[in-house]
Design a protein around this ligand. Sequence first.
Ligand code: GCO
Ligand code: MG
Length: 406
Amino acid sequence: MLPPLRIRAARVIVTSPGRNFVTLKIETDQGVHGVGDATLNGREKAVVAYLEDHVIPVLIGRDARNIEDIWQYLYRGAYWRRGPVTMRAIAAVDMALWDIKAKALGVPLYDLLGGASRDRVRVYGHANGADIAETSDEVARYLEAGYTAVRAQTGVPGLAKPYGVSKDKDFYEPAEASLPVETVWSTPAYLRQAPALFEALRVRFGAEPLLLHDVHHRLTPQEAARLGKSLEPFDLFWMEDPTPAENPEAFRLIRAHTTTPLAVGEVFNSIWDAKDLIANQLIDYLRATVLGCGGITHLRRIADFASLWQVRTGCHGATDLSPITMACALHFDRWVPNFGIQEYMRHTAETDAVFPHAYHFEAGALFTGEAIGHGADIDEALAAKYPYEPRQLPIARLEDGTMWNW
Ligand code: GCO
Ligand code: MG
């Protein structure tokens, strides 16, 4: 049996190797440490304060073996439950504790979760371009690189900064300024462009590649129903975030008009955000993450609930989730029975150097590696070379100036 693993110290490390990351490191009296990701894109400092002022003081002296009790203490003990800041702080603790326990037992995290349901984790990459032709060439580049699933996002005529189109093809960092960049959105122009993009992709690449698309909360339910219907001939793997999900009832209208699969949840922070969408069969894939939803402890509960309605996982994996989250996600993905797909937006070489990790990409999949724990860590000396830089996500307005959903 494992001896007690008393938490003797914990600290928050903020680093910015090209973009901001917040990391929690927990050290125990047995010399085993664990790390967790606490990054909240554009709101990083709020989570730093929550951890330093309200979480770390109550962790010291606790037994790191008691992952569930510590989760319940931080969740119920917060009184003001849920929300992105609270749940990312809890997630960072949870990731670090699972890391510590697996290391102390000498096993890879997936083994501790229940063993491997698969040896590899199918991922999808992010192809994007200023227009349909350039996006199509980017899809070709990802397919040639071995991806079997590709998300495609393209420029929209008349829009200067549509969602998902990046200057640097391999990395998408929308939080590019200390104050929100204002962008303009036009639904009519977008609704003409999206079906044309996927028609062109199917003509060029045929039926086999899995094609995904992120609407990024931009449509009303009726517009989303119309888009889903127009995309049916092109057999998408999923249409993501078609409309804001605060009102799950909105998805009934979309469901009534289209069989295009729906994926929602990267902005969710607890099972309560997802419950009605799942229990009413209103979605097909759940985008919730280890980072956004309070860690592995809570995400596995959500995944088990989702499996009752045959809803599969499709964890968010953008570059604003650190390699620590990616490592934890991959161990979760290896275990979870109702796995769907994993998003994989590559981090830069700078980021990978600050966060050494055991996972690797090969033939359209990520492999966890067999390191003990979750297999990721932080190089604190290197992290110190990249000081925090204030960054916020953009905002979007309609052409008449109405505030909209970025
Ligand atoms: C995705 C997401 C990202 C988000 C980003 C916000 O599907 O990967 O929608 O592009 O916009 O993670 O910080
Ligand atoms: Mg998304």
